[in-house]
Design a protein around this ligand. Structure first.
Ligand code: URA
Length: 330
């Protein structure tokens, strides 16, 4: 490469963002009236960040949002320039001031007052598809005003939508959190990672359990309580017929009740979890009297690591209950 060519390519690099100005420097130059030429791509990705530097608070909220959305990314970058993928993964509410929402993301509902409606009739006669759409349209409690998505549950894809997926195991958690509300799928955050690991550790008939194979994961509540507050007793009661119909249609061989709200909804008990663990309960509210094993919620286990050993004992009890002779931990 000749010296001239080298210089001109340096100049081109400088022109094409090679100056490597950060958002603060760019905005200072703009404030001083110095216009910068920017290629379109760079403009798109820095425009939002430039708005943000005016408000350090917004920036720190957005950075926190990126960190929460991508917990495995070691050091979340600042927003200047925001990587497109990371920005798209951030929760919509925190992302809104900085980056336009991707078209695929569901729009946040305005928190205008909603008119509550009666829960649909005949839940106990609905097929899987009808139940799914009843949950999707449910406006029976005020959680419908703040949710982005209902979270019906996840399991093995079914070939016939009106039929429940095959699932010997039903896992029941508490309620969708922020990520679940955005994605419409249960347990997709940190607690979900732990749950996936717990499932993988259980090997039945030579196969580790997994969320898309022979397991259905549902929650007591199908809508996120604002700011992840605890479900109220009224909300648990309002959502209970949906969960009971899921159980009737799934006909699981065993149910893992994770945390006190699952216990409250499934067993109708407010006894402390520690007193209910270690034995096999049966569902009082379903005809099949499905066995229920009580264990800790994964989010609790993330905060109380020593109790993981107890949770593992609960999983062993569940495996032993399901298949006394064949169950093997991995
Ligand atoms: N915690 C739950 O109980 N359910 C979820 O879906 C996510 C977190």
């Amino acid at each position: 490469m000749s010296t001239d060519t080298a210089r001109s390519s340096d100049a081109a690099a400088a022109e094409q963002g090679g100056l490597q100005l950060d958002a603060r420097q760019r905005s200072m130059l703009q404030a001083m009236g110095i216009r910068l030429w920017e290629p379109d791509f760079y403009k798109q990705n820095t425009a939002a960040a430039q708005q943000n530097i005016a408000g350090a608070a917004i920036k720190s909220v957005a950075n926190r949002a990126v960190q929460e959305a991508l917990p495995t990314v070691a050091a979340a970058p600042t927003l200047a320039p925001a990587p497109v993928a990371a920005a798209a993964a951030a929760p919509a509410a925190a992302r809104a001031p900085a980056v336009p929402a991707p078209t695929a993301a569901p729009a946040a509902r305005p928190s205008a007052p909603v008119t509550l409606q009666q829960r649909p009739d005949g839940i106990d006669r609905m097929d899987w598809l009808q139940l799914q759409s009843a949950v999707q349209g449910c406006q029976a409690c005020r959680l419908c005003a703040s949710r982005k998505n209902t979270v019906f549950g996840v399991g093995q894809p079914s070939t016939e939508p009106s039929l429940a997926p095959r699932a010997d195991w039903l896992i029941v958690g508490e309620a969708p959190g922020e990520n679940e509300d955005i994605q419409g799928e249960p347990f997709v955050g940190q607690a979900g990672k732990l749950l996936d690991n717990m499932l993988r550790a259980m090997v039945i008939d030579g196969q580790p359990l997994a969320r898309h194979s022979n397991v259905f994961i549902a929650n007591v509540l199908k809508c996120r309580p604002p700011a992840n507050r605890n479900p109220s007793p009224e909300e648990v009661a309002m959502c209970q017929p949906y969960l009971l119909r899921q159980i009737a249609l799934l006909q699981p061989k065993i149910i893992l009740a994770m945390g006190r709200f699952a216990v409250q909804s499934l067993l109708g008990s407010t006894e402390p979890l520690g007193k209910l663990r270690g034995r096999v309960h049966t569902m009082p509210l379903d005809a099949a009297r499905t066995p229920v094993i009580v264990t800790y919620h994964p989010a609790y286990l993330l905060r109380n690591l020593p109790d993981k050993a107890k949770a593992w004992a609960d999983l062993l009890l569940a495996m032993e209950t399901l298949q006394p002779a064949e169950a093997t931990p991995s």
